[in-house]
Design a protein around this ligand. Structure first.
Ligand SMILES: Nc1nc2c(c(=O)[nH]1)N=C([C@H](O)[C@H](O)COP(=O)(O)OP(=O)(O)OP(=O)(O)O)CN2
Ligand SMILES: [Zn+2]
Length: 128
């Protein structure tokens, strides 16, 4: 299996729900988010150029981040889902898995010290 990753950046505000009283993250604040997409393919399925996928084909994801999330309030963008880093990773994965079938994981960082990795179990092939 070959795995590629590409890193993207955006800045947004959010408010986290259902936190204990006095938790600072229940107040509006912002982060310089980092998102890393991880795409994987078996060695036999690399394309003619020897790529899992051309990194440049991920420019569409960068444009989507800029248009959809950058300098926005995540609570408004994410349709009522509480914008924790975990929920954001799942939300991004679920929105992009059809367009990027090689997508195997989405990583999200809110601060230089914190990372979430969403790596769903691989779908079973015909052989099970
Ligand atoms: N499991 C999660 N925990 C927290 C999340 C989250 O999305 N998932 N989010 C937050 C806050 O939004 C924010 O990220 C604050 O995190 P924290 O690590 O507390 O950031 P600080 O910069 O204040 O950390 P210091 O250790 O004080 O430098 C909170 N938790
Ligand atoms: Zn936060």
């Amino acid at each position: 299996m070959l795995t590629i990753t590409k890193e993207f950046h955006f800045s947004s505000s959010h408010v986290l729900d259902r936190l204990p009283e006095g938790h600072p993250c229940a107040r509006m604040h912002g982060h310089n988010y980092v998102v890393v997409l991880e795409l994987s393919a078996p060695r036999a399925e690399l394309n003619h150029a020897g790529f899992v996928r051309d990194y440049r084909e991920l420019d569409v994801f960068k444009k989507w981040l800029d248009d959809t999330l950058d300098h926005r309030h995540l609570n408004e963008v994410m349709d009522g889902v509480s914008p924790s880093a975990e929920n954001l990773a799942v939300w991004i994965h679920d929105l992009w898995r059809e367009q990027l079938p090689e997508l195997t994981a989405v990583r999200v960082s809110e601060t230089p010290k914190t990372w979430v990795v969403y790596r769903p179990a691989p779908l079973r092939g015909p052989a099970g």
